[in-house]
Design a protein around this ligand. Sequence first.
Ligand code: ZN
Length: 410
Amino acid sequence: MIVTRKIQIACLDKEHYKTLEEMLRTCRLIANKAQTLFYVYWQEIMDQNVKSKDVTAYFKEKYGYSYQQTIYHNLRKQFPDFPSRLTDDVISQGNKTFKADLKNGLLKGERSLRTYRNGIIPVRSQTSKIEQTEDDYVFSWIKHIKFALVFGRDRSDNKSIVERIIKGEYKMSDSKIIRDWRNNKKPKWFLLLCVDIPERENALDENIAIGVDLGIAAPAVCALNQGKARAFIGDMILLKRFAMQKQHRTRQRNFIPANGKHGRQKVDKAIYKMGDKERRFVHSFNHKITREIIKFALKHRASKIYTEDLSGYDSNQTILRNWSFYELQSMLEYKAKQQKIKLIKIPAKYTSRACSACGHIDKENRKTQSKFKCTSCDFEANADYNAALNIARGGVKIPKDLLTSEESDE
Ligand SMILES: [Zn+2]
C-alpha cells in the first residue's frame, strides 16, 4: 500500500530555493508544452487514421521514436540543460493525464486541454536519500540539494514514518516537491513523500484506539490514544449544508403565487425538490464523515473506535437538530464492523470538561465553545480535540466526590 505524506521542507543552503523555483517553473513549462504536443500528435494519428496498435510503428517510422519518446526528444531540444530524468518524469506523468482526459471526452470537446498553473517537481526514490543527523532529518537529492524535513506539530505522525524509512522497514517510492502558492511573499515548500508500506503492517494494533467527538463546530474530531495525530472532519461540508438550508428558507419566504396553475406548480415543485435534495445531502454527508473516521482509524491501525453514547440526550439538543445523528452512529457501527474495528460507546459525562493532560475536571476548563484551558495545569488545546483525546482513552475516570454530585455535563 502506498501512502502519501505532506512534509514541509527547509533547504540547508538558501540558494537552493532559487534552484527549486527554477525547476518548478521549467517543470510547469514542460508539462504544459507536453500537453499541447500530445494533443497535436494525437490529432495527426486521427487524421492519418492510424490504428491504435500501429501507433508506435507509425511514429518510429516517421520520427524515429515512439509516441511518448518523440515528445520527450522534442522537449529535450527545447530544454537541453534541464535534468533529463525530470523531463522524462514530467512527460510520462503528462501522458497518463492526457490519456485519462482522452477517455473523458477531450476530443469531443467535453473537456479542454489541461493547463498547469502550479507545477510539481518529480522526485525519484533512486536519486534520494534520507538520513538522520544530530538535530535534523536531512533529505539529499540531485544537484547537491539537501533539505531538512520540518515536522511542526506533526499531527499525522510523519516523523515515525520517516524513521521507519531510515531503518529500512518502509520503502520510499517516487515522490514530488510542491510549493505552496497561497502565500507568495513567503512561500512554503513541501515534499509529498510517497511511502510503500508492506501489507502485513496494516494489521490492526490492539493497543491503538481512536476517539471521536461529535459536535457542531467540527462535525467529527478524531484523536489517537497515543501520539499527536488528530483529524477535524467535515466543517466545510456542514457550512455548505447551512447555506442550502438558508436558500431553502429564502425560497419559501419569497414564494409569490404565480399567475395560473402551471406557474404555481412549478414553484411548489422547486421547494419540494430542495427539501428532498437536503435529505439526500444529510445522507451523503453522514457517509462522508463516517468514511473519513474509518480512514483515520485504519491509517493509524486502530482496533477500537470510542465514541460518546448520546442516546440519553433529548431531541432538542443542537447535535440532533442539525443532522441525523443516529444515522451517523449506525453507519459508523457497520463500517467499523466491515473493517473488524470495535466500536465502543462510552458515557459522554465530563469528556469535554476533563483535562486530557492532568485529568482535572472543572466546568471552567472549557472557556469558550472552541477553546480548552485547564484551570489546574494550564494545558491548552482545541476543546473538541481535548474531548476526543479523553474519549480515545476510553472516557474520563470520575473522582468519587463528583460521583455523588448532581452536576451534569453541558
Ligand atoms: Zn490539566
